[in-house]
Design a protein around this ligand. Structure first.
Ligand SMILES: Cc1ncc(COP(=O)(O)O)c(C=O)c1O
Length: 395
């Protein structure tokens, strides 16, 4: 009766089952997987947010496939504040970055066509690809242990040799998560240039997910793909992470690249967007106010990330069973732990013995055992206690 594409194995895995049982038993939990910014104790300007949603203009329906001009102007303003010149005509509003991905997949791919995605990476893409009949092919990010002070040989890099080998006649694009979740690495200028060379030569697209772009540990803003011109480029972001407002369901897509490809892509995307007209009027009208919330939100979030990283490093300095990998930005840190047993067994054990919940590396498609992921947006007191418990268990 059902389509093969929805024939998923929906049985909960043993870690999520154990977590549900732990919660049901009312046992205390130290959760190092938190990702919902609205439940992390950040202060929001509640009155301004709620007032922005009651604009009387929302009583009139003005369908526009690309989204209301006032909202797109605010998105262009977001880029202008980073000194990126993005035109209103190149912006399309969507309800989420996930929806933006699905529009792009539909625009580029026939059933069975392929997109390259980074490994390790965020698990969201597998379901999106299944739903759109797209095949995902992994390209590795590799970690270099070099001198921490020499940015060139320390940290995560795209393995371009493997990326190029993964390209087939069915490849329609390369997904870059900038910075990647959970490894926290940004694409550097030479990597962006190389991606442009590879993608333009083969007439395939770059799909840049920039939901964490603003969360850099460097003071200067990181370059965005929104103004990339070397290859057809779809850049996505939204309020969910940028402003810590996932419940508003507002995101966008910027199309860039060589004029002919860009025109064609925008025309096709407009038909998809016009078919759904999915983003509602009150939220579109609120976008200028909601986007302004990012300043106060990002300040709080980055201050927490920095404090948690400092605390993590302080505790790590007192032992040698666990180290952390370099973090350039984003909301997560990757810990390297002894790979004596599968990461999932370790995570099960930590939950049972310490009430500690962490994601094992395989959740993010790490190719080997020995990795745990911790959320740096966890409240400081919980984070510190959880790291103490973790290190006690490992040593
Ligand atoms: C890398 C990345 N992209 C996209 C999303 C989804 O964003 P949205 O809420 O806009 O769909 C997430 C959510 O965690 C994410 O981590």
């Amino acid at each position: 009766m059902f389509a093969e594409r929805t024939n998923w194995n929906l049985a909960p895995n043993r870690l999520s089952e154990a977590l549900a049982a732990h919660r049901a038993a009312g046992k205390p939990l130290l959760d190092l997987t938190v990702s919902n910014p609205t439940q992390c104790g950040f202060q929001y300007d509640g009155p301004a947010i709620l007032e922005s949603l009651s604009n009387p203009a929302a009583l009139t329906y003005e369908p526009n496939p690309n989204g209301l001009e006032s909202a797109r102007r605010a998105v262009a303003g977001y880029y202008a504040a980073r000194r990126d010149d993005v035109s209103l005509e190149d912006i399309l509003l969507t309800t989420s970055t996930s929806e933006a991905y699905s529009y792009v997949f539909r625009t580029l791919c026939n059933p069975g066509d392929e997109l390259l995605i980074p490994q390790p990476g965020y698990p969201l893409l597998d379901f999106l690809a299944d739903i759109q009949d797209v095949r995902l092919v992994r390209y590795p990010l590799v970690y270099f242990e070099g001198d921490p002070k020499a940015a060139n040989d320390h940290g995560w890099r795209i393995d371009f040799r493997s990326l190029e080998q993964a390209i087939t006649p069915r490849t329609r694009g390369v997904v870059v998560v900038h910075p990647n979740n959970p490894t926290g690495n940004f694409a550097k200028a030479p990597e962006m240039a190389k991606l442009n060379d590879i993608c333009s030569a083969r007439e395939i697209a770059i799909i840049a997910d920039e939901v964490f772009l603003d969360f850099s540990l460097e003071e200067n803003p990181r370059a965005s793909f929104a103004t990339n011109a070397g290859a057809l480029t779809f850049t996505m972001s939204g309020l969910s992470k940028i402003c810590g407002l996932p419940q508003m369901k507002a995101a966008w897509l910027v199309v860039g690249g060589p004029a002919q490809w860009k025109r064609e892509a925008l025309a096709r995307l407009e038909v998809i967007a016009d078919t759904f007209l999915s983003i509602n009027a009150p939220v579109q009208l609120a976008i200028p106010v909601l986007l302004e919330q990012r300043h106060a939100f990002q300040k709080q979030l980055m201050s927490r990330v920095r404090r948690n990283l400092t605390e993590l490093d302080r505790q790590l300095a007192g032992q040698n069973a666990c180290t952390r990998l370099a973090v350039e930005g984003g909301w997560y840190a990757v810990l390297r732990v002894p790979a004596a047993r599968p990461d999932e067994d370790l995570a099960m054990d930590l939950l049972a013995k310490k009430g500690l919940y962490l994601h094992p590396g395989h959740f993010y498609d790490f190719p080997s055992d020995g990795y745990l992921i911790v959320s740096l947006i966890t409240k400081e007191a919980i984070f510190s206690q959880a790291i103490t418990e973790l290190l006690e268990s490992l040593t």
